[in-house]
Design a protein around this ligand. Structure first.
Ligand code: TYM
Length: 326
């Protein structure tokens, strides 16, 4: 049995990219592994947040985890800030990371571009992510492609500490799906679907109404060739629609290309609207039920206690490794 860890930021609007890149994997993996799924609220405050909204979004994400099928009886579901080891190990790892490697992170570059000054937390964000993962002796980290560089840094830090002080950390592997690892924005298929894009039609959020889903997909950017085939370089829009279709239905891209031979983009889009609406309907129904239930908070508190027990063991080992305390 492997140990699995992953997290999602409670910054609102969990979208199809988060679902197909990460959450779908969470559900698959929980059947045969020991899984910890975290709502990473400490990561969220690397950029300013409204405290009331943040608290609400923490519960929104937790309810969505469960609505897509994460079972708190099988997996440990918890909120990052409820386990102090994340921040503590984050500090220790900050002392092992070099500023140069953090300045090279593409997400830091993107988020700090054009800004006169950014919070130090934005720079050290990937170190906290490494702490999340290493705190639980994680073997596997299911994530979307955009987290590849952060997983590499986590591995580098683990290997660096192990080489210097002797085996302290498990060196984890990222797990990326073939379809869904990088869902692109509907209005601009050369950039990834993101929670923060200004245009709400660039993404499909898991809680979107059918009318909004229809509008976003029907308006999505394609090309003028009029042929439905997968070619990321020359046809990023159509390829993105095919990837989403494939990830949601399990049909291969090749089979879809065959099905749509001789059809126009309108047909593909119309069918995809149906696929997305039908896939999200049961999630939305479950979400409403879970979000209002008292069991949600109980499950998160229970998850935090179970996570804490594992974290404490690691932190004792880490303090000994580094010579901290008495
Ligand atoms: P976050 O909250 O931005 O995204 C959550 C998960 O969704 C994936 N994802 C995507 N996958 C496919 N296509 C997309 N367009 C897309 N957009 C997002 C992300 O890869 C991620 O798996 N740093 C992380 C959160 C984190 C974490 C961790 C993850 C903190 N600590 C430890 C794993 C392990 C993040 O910002 O994810």
């Amino acid at each position: 049995m492997s140990r699995v860890f992953s997290g999602v930021q409670p910054t609102g609007n969990i979208h199809l990219g988060n679902y197909l890149g990460a959450l779908k994997q969470f559900v698959e993996l929980q059947e045969e592994n020991e899984c910890l799924y975290c709502i990473v609220d400490e990561h969220a405050i690397t950029v300013p947040q409204d405290p009331k909204e943040l608290k609400k979004h923490i519960l929104d994400v937790a309810a969505l985890y469960m609505a897509v099928g994460v079972d708190p009886k099988k997996s440990i579901v918890f909120v990052q800030s409820q386990v102090s080891g994340h921040a503590e190990l984050g500090w220790v790892l900050n002392c092992c990371a070099n500023t140069g490697e953090l300045f090279r992170m593409t997400q830091f570059k993107a988020k700090s571009a054009g800004k006169e000054s950014v919070g130090a937390g934005l720079l050290t964000y990937p170190v906290l992510m490494a702490a999340d993962i290493l705190l639980y002796d994680t073997d596997i980290v299911p994530v979307g492609n955009d987290q590849k560089q952060h997983i590499e840094l986590t591995r580098d830090l683990a290997i660096r500490v192990n080489n210097k002080y002797g085996k302290t950390f498990v060196v984890p592997d990222g797990r990326f799906l073939k379809a869904g690892a990088r869902v692109m924005a509907l209005d601009d298929p050369t950039s990834k679907m993101s929670k923060s894009a200004v245009n709400e039609h660039s993404r499909i959020s898991l809680l979107d109404e059918p009318s909004k889903i229809k509008k976003s997909i029907m308006k999505s950017t394609t090309d003028s060739e009029g042929v439905i085939r997968f070619d990321i370089e020359n046809k990023p829009g159509v390829s993105n629609l095919l990837s989403i279709y494939s990830a949601l239905t399990g049909k291969t891209i090749e089979a879809l290309e065959k099905d749509y031979e001789g059809h126009g983009y309108g047909d593909l889009k119309k069918d995809l609207v149906e696929v997305v609406v039908e896939s999200l309907a049961p999630i939305q129904e479950k979400y409403k039920e879970i979000r209002e239930s008292k069991e949600l908070i109980d499950a998160l508190n229970d998850g935090a206690n179970r996570a804490e027990a594992i974290a404490q063991k690691t932190m004792k080992r880490v303090r000994d490794t580094f010579g901290l305390g008495l």
